[in-house]
Design a protein around this ligand. Sequence first.
Ligand SMILES: Cc1ncc(COP(=O)(O)O)c(C=O)c1O
Length: 400
Amino acid sequence: MGGRVPSTSNAPRYRPGRHLLQIPGPTNVPDRVLRAIDNPTIDHRGPEFGTLGRETLARLKRVFRTTGPVVIYPASGTGAWEAALVNTLSPGDRVLMCRTGWFATLWKEMAERLGLEPLFVETDWRRGADTAGIGAALAADPQHRIKAVCVVHNETSTGCTSRIDEVRAAIDAAHHPALLLVDTISSLASIDYRHDEWGVDVTVAGSQKGLMLPPGLSFNAISEKALAASAKARLPRSYWDWQAMLKPNAEGYFPFTPSTNLLYGLAAALDMLFEEGLENVFARHDRHAEATRRAVRAWGLEVQCAEPRHYSSSLTAVRLPEGHSADALRALILERFNMSLGNGLGILKDRVFRIGHLGNFGDLELIGTLGGVEMGLAAAGVPHQPGGVQAALAYLSQMP
Ligand SMILES: Cc1ncc(COP(=O)(O)O)c(C=O)c1O
């Protein structure tokens, strides 16, 4: 959309053309979802809401690939992180986490604040979770003091995707009873994910990325084992309590006032995902990610993810040559071309920029995005070769 420019800027007050929101979430909200949200709010205890709630909660399971319950919180993804921990764990419990990047680090800090004892398996922020390291830590815990393994499926700060099937296999190989908690905030509905098949106990998700909604909803998909653990877990909880939520959810209602209009949007987003077909959604994201990496290589730049098996399909983090500022490049691209790119976080601050290619996104939007980056590299004087957009075009035009 064209937009008002902040009043501190010297730029004209109105910018024609659409702003390209190519951060790795929140993503561009499709018009169909916006139109659905733009309906009168209804009585959340009335019959019409009960139908919306029942149908939406049931249809949502398909996206998580689970037959178990999924609960919805009117909260950002951070709330669903907290819900996953406080419903399943007790003060002083050990949790095994993997420092894949910035978001894994934040989840670990939350665990500490809640009175848990996190153990951190390190990575160099250039690959997904170290499954061998997780397996070794579990094997070294014969008394089963570790109660949960927590992994970020798609580390949004690095563009590296962890292999949850391999994490599951490592837990099984160690014959360890720990719960498996997985953050899919930047992967759900854009990268293949299977809650039941991979034996995940709690899946954490958010509305503002693959689900194509504004920020404001978050989710826990819950296994039977996690539900059983919640009956004994002793961390204090009230707002996040699954039991309080699941009872009214059975009839489509909530224990408090739900985000009625965001739920209209969610129903529309689910329609769109199922009309396209989840397999096609994943293939589209894989294809856009490959086209983006081809552009990056043609520019002579480096992708932050150093392990091809862990390449993310929802975003690509691009390293800048030494001595060049990624933040200055992003600022120039925003000012000149009206496009927002993701910033570097934590140890990657100013070292990388992140291209989000997830959500409601087509080939021509990708070409526009890559065109903005290529023009920005030239205008900012970042050493590179031209031809990245051409490489992406060549790939996209040969692939159906
Ligand atoms: C992987 C991941 N986990 C957690 C979060 C935190 O979610 P929120 O900002 O919605 O609270 C984010 C946000 O971008 C994320 O990408």
